[in-house]
Design a protein around this ligand. Structure first.
Ligand code: CDP
Length: 223
């Protein structure tokens, strides 16, 4: 695994931060980068989605911030990993298709704007990198979760390309609305960290994006 000499003179193993708007291709790219480097892949969107799903199950509205803050410490979610990929369990059951239910798509960005929710997950996200290198995908990974990592990538694509990619996945959720919420919230908004490499994937193949990011990581690891 490419990281031993890097870790030797730093506190934590490498953390690769991949941020970007919905349907920019960042999930696919982040998974492939993680696989090539043999790092653990962490999907932070799934963590926010799991909270949104749990609240919907309990009949707690995404607008009821006080109730959400009250139940937060008692939500029976566990954040683990399996086959080098993060997992989310609720009461011991692994959540998969639950996380893309319409009720979750509609409420997740409202819930993700609550500072207490973000602080709760921030701690869990950082824990993943205590003992092992990670590729972490999200909205605020380079700006807030790992502000000191030199490995930051902001993956984007034109609105037309993103809409087409979402439709090709057979999904019809309103990514524009979610992106608007994510960019405009005051706590940890979706933003390109000043030192992140901007990767516009509109006219690139997945393989080209992965190779671009991997070569940048290799150059930085060798320094
Ligand atoms: O559907 P898509 O893969 O684009 O999104 P996701 O990564 O599953 O994230 C779902 C939602 O969670 C986002 O729209 C944000 O509201 C929130 N999120 C966030 O606020 N911060 C993160 N680091 C990751 C996700």
């Amino acid at each position: 695994m490419l990281c031993d000499s890097y870790t030797a003179h730093r506190m934590n193993p490498p953390a690769i931060a991949i941020d970007g708007p919905a349907a920019s291709g960042k999930s696919t790219v982040a998974k492939l980068v993680a696989r090539q480097l043999e790092y653990t892949f962490i999907n932070t969107g799934a963590m926010y989605r799991a909270i949104a799903w749990y609240l919907a199950q309990q009949g707690i509205s995404a607008e009821d911030t006080d109730a959400i803050i009250t139940v937060l410490p008692d939500i029976p979610l566990q954040f683990g990993k399996e086959d080098s990929t993060s997992t989310v369990l609720c009461g011991g059951r692994k959540l998969t298709t639950e996380l893309t239910q319409p009720v979750v798509n509609d409420s997740v960005s409202v819930i993700a704007a609550i500072p207490e929710v973000r602080a709760f997950l921030l701690q869990k996200q950082r824990e993943y990198n205590k003992n092992e290198p990670v590729v972490m995908e999200g909205r605020d990974i380079g700006s807030v979760v790992f502000p000191d990592t030199p490995f930051k990538y902001f993956v984007t694509a034109s609105p037309e390309v993103r809409a087409a990619r979402r439709a090709a996945q057979g999904l019809t959720d309103s990514i524009d609305e979610r992106d608007k919420n994510d960019r405009s919230r005051s706590c940890a908004p979706l933003t390109q960290a000043p030192d992140a490499l901007l990767v516009d994937t509109s006219n690139m193949t997945i393989d080209q994006v992965v190779q671009l990011i991997i070569s940048d990581i290799r150059i930085k690891l060798a320094k």
